[in-house]
Design a protein around this ligand. Structure first.
Ligand SMILES: [Zn+2]
Length: 322
């Protein structure tokens, strides 16, 4: 099993959708994060937004990392701050999937070109802002010669946020054609590497059926899911240090190993490594907790012989497994 690390590397203002007011002070924290990655020989992919591309200090930091070959860059499109702005600024339009087809392509093209021109690299990996991925987004990626999408959140229904329903999607990677993003095809041009979300129970299908069944009960669904979790009947976990403890991440990594997954994907947001900027990191204490979780997982993967690979190497790993 191999590990990639993909980070939504974005402006500070989590949850407030501004076109122009987008400070990027959290990017300074990448200096500390990258040092931790260096210790474990991890070359992460920073998937960057348009404000980050255009922020002078962020440019200095990321260019230095690139020059020393310590990371790769990919694309993370927040449509509300990526030109052109032909749409109304509202909640629905924060999802790329809700925009006109031609506008999806225009925005991703703008960001892609800005990254290429500013950093002198051609990004090949993409994650959609708010995980808004569909066939039209995939068509834009194919047109721009992307190789990898990593927007799918297995077992998560994003419809409550006006996004796609991924509640029946699984965490296995696959190649696909842009016409049908959920259909694995060995001759597909793109590769999907979903977030590494699964269940500590070996049978993901049954665990997900149970989770969905109880989640649909309107009144006390969180309580029921909490009880199932405590009883060890249904435990969802993800390689994400924002919402998962060290033990949960190691637990799910072990399940993926047992299932002989070829590749897993740790993800988080750059805003979560600086206190006060994301809902997961309110205090300095939370900040330390996130760093500790990342470090503990990387120590586990190292001890378990899980190889860290660059995102640019991941497409071949997925294809060779087919
Ligand atoms: Zn984002």
């Amino acid at each position: 099993m191999k590990l990639i690390v993909t980070i939504d590397t974005e402006e500070d203002n989590w949850g407030s959708y501004s076109r122009t007011d987008n400070p990027c002070t959290n990017i300074e924290q990448l200096l500390r994060l990258q040092e931790l990655f260096d210790t474990y020989d991890v070359k992460p992919a920073y998937l960057i937004t348009y404000p980050v591309v255009n922020d002078a200090r962020s440019q200095v930091i990321l260019k230095q990392f690139l020059r020393d070959e310590r990371c790769e860059l990919g694309t993370h499109c927040h449509p509300w701050n990526t030109p052109p702005f032909e749409e109304e600024l509202n909640a629905e339009n924060t999802m790329l999937t809700n925009l006109q087809d031609d506008l999806i392509l225009k925005k991703i093209t703008t960001l892609h070109a800005a990254i290429s021109e500013t950093f002198g690299v051609t990004p090949i990996a993409f994650r959609s802002g708010r995980f808004a991925f569909n066939s039209e987004v995939a068509k834009a990626l194919a047109a721009l010669d992307y190789k990898i999408d990593t927007s799918i959140t297995p077992y998560e229904d994003q419809q409550a946020y006006l996004g796609p329903d991924f509640s029946d999607r699984t965490p296995e990677s696959y190649s696909f054609s842009e016409d049908d993003i959920f259909l694995p095809r060995s001759d597909g041009k793109l590769v999907e590497i979903p977030l590494s979300t699964g269940y500590l129970q070996n049978n993901f299908y049954i665990a997900n059926r149970l989770f969905k069944f109880f989640h649909q009960k309107p009144i006390s669904r969180l309580r029921i899911i909490g009880i199932l979790n405590k009883l060890g009947i249904v435990n969802r976990a993800c390689l994400c240090p924002e919402t998962n403890t060290e033990q949960e991440m190691i637990g799910i990594a072990k399940v993926f190993m047992k299932k002989d997954f070829k590749i897993v994907n740790m993800m988080f947001h750059s805003t979560s490594i600086k206190a006060g900027l994301s809902p997961f990191t309110k205090t300095v204490h939370d900040e330390e907790r996130i760093f500790n979780r990342i470090k503990t997982l990387l120590q586990f993967t190292k001890d378990a012989g899980i190889e860290n690979i660059r995102v640019s190497e991941a497409s071949d790993v997925v294809r060779s497994a087919l």
